[in-house]
Ligand binder design. Structure first.
Ligand SMILES: *Cc1c(COP(=O)(O)O)cnc(C)c1O
Length: 383
């Protein structure tokens, strides 16, 4: 546990590697796959997740998530797949929240059958929706809040308590909130997963993942991870560690901008509906308020019926269409033709994802510039 208390101090300093050779101010990068094995306490090797730069970023992420330990991975999906496989045996069952990240959904439906692992997706995100799916062989409950792309909110304390009551392992994908806005371990969750490609990285230039939990759980995950080999390179660790130094500053600005944009869009005459947990109109706003320190940089909105969402995106000049999210720059995506295209129109409708729904990753630019870009694009498509 770190002696530093403040968020930005943890972001800046925890895990730093001392440059004993030259006294430089930042952590050196050690691009080495070859370490000694004789007369050493730790046998280091990249796929053992224990090189200096891997350890450095792991310590920083653990401190941010109030966890005993953490591990960096080569991608969010490497962290998610390795962690699930680490705790599941043939014959086990998992209760997944209905709205989870598309890649995680694909991993489950494409891979679990061959391992003989059973799964159920809930019908909603109320705690009763999870409770009713628990079976004799259930081992894990897996949630994601705020969710993608509808920003639905799951009651983390209620789900964590439910898992404890039934002796289950609780896992959360904390990517959208980031530890700046939500610390699931303090809310009773066992294992926290991240796509560090998103807010932890924050500059749309690295692919990374992470998991944080107890020493005991991280050791179980490590035993699987060394077999599967999803370790992150030292260079990526270095970039991630450097990115996290500004995580607190960045996410706080994302919070401010996204809340302002959500309020602005909710009042806009060309916009039908806005999904953002910080709005009083969000059905689970009070739960979000209780479990989050800020509401994050992600929101979704629907253009009015009859407006062309593709033309709208093309008309934007600063806000870029992007498959990814959570960079310092504002980006936008149309789930119906990208992340949720394979679902088909009927299934999308059922989940509430209309063809006019836009997922907006609000950046840290000045609000007046973000608004001006939206305004001129709306003008073009309503002319
Ligand atoms: C992007 C993302 C992932 C997957 O992460 P990768 O780094 O792309 O493997 C998982 N969960 C959420 C919520 C994401 O946004």
């Amino acid at each position: 546990m770190t002696k530093y208390k403040g968020l930005n101090t943890i972001c800046t300093h925890v895990g730093e590697i001392k440059d004993t050779q030259f006294g430089g101010a930042i952590s050196p990068i050690f691009m080495t796959s070859s370490y000694p094995f004789m007369d050493v306490d730790v046998k280091r090797y990249p796929r053992y997740f224990n090189t200096p730069n891997q350890e450095s970023v792991a310590i920083k992420i653990a401190a941010l998530e109030h966890a005993e330990a953490a591990m960096p991975f080569a991608s969010g999906m490497a962290a998610i797949s390795t962690t699930l496989l680490a705790f599941l045996q043939q014959g086990d069952h998992v209760v997944f929240q209905n709205e989870i990240y598309g890649g995680a959904f694909n991993f489950v439906v494409e891979e679990f059958d061959k391992f003989g692992i059973e799964y159920t997706f809930t019908k909603g995100v109320a705690v009763t929706d999870f409770e009713s799916e628990i079976k004799e062989n259930t081992k894990v409950i897996y949630i994601e809040t705020p969710s993608n792309p509808l920003l639905s909110i799951t009651d983390v304390v209620a789900v964590a308590d439910l898992a404890k009551k039934h002796g289950l392992i609780s896992m959360i994908d904390n990517t959208f909130a980031s530890p700046v806005n939500q610390i699931p371990i303090d809310l009773g969750i066992d294992i926290v997963l991240h796509s560090a490609t998103k807010y932890l990285g924050g500059h749309s230039d690295i692919c990374a993942g992470a998991v944080a939990s107890t020493n005991e759980n991280i050791n179980i995950i490590f035993q699987k991870a060394k077999n599967l080999g999803g370790n992150m390179s030292d260079f990526m660790c270095y970039l991630l560690e450097r990115s996290i130094k500004t995580l607190g500053l960045r996410v706080k600005q994302h919070n401010v901008n996204a809340l302002a944009m959500a309020e602005y869009l909710e009042d806009h005459k060309a916009i039908k509906k806005v999904y953002y947990p910080g709005l009083a109109s969000h059905p689970n706003h009070s739960i979000a308020k209780a479990q989050m320190k800020g509401f994050g940089g992600m929101l979704s909105f629907e253009l009015n019926d009859g407006l062309d969402a593709v033309a709208f995106q093309k008309a934007l000049t600063m806000i870029k269409p992007s498959l990814s999210l959570a960079g310092v720059e504002s980006t936008i995506l149309l789930p119906a033709v990208t992340s949720h295209a394979l679902m088909g129109a009927e299934a999308r409708k059922e989940q509430g994802i209309s063809d006019n729904l836009l997922r907006f990753s609000v950046g840290i630019e000045e609000l007046e510039d973000i608004i001006a870009d939206i305004e001129q694009a709306v003008d073009q498509i309503t002319k």
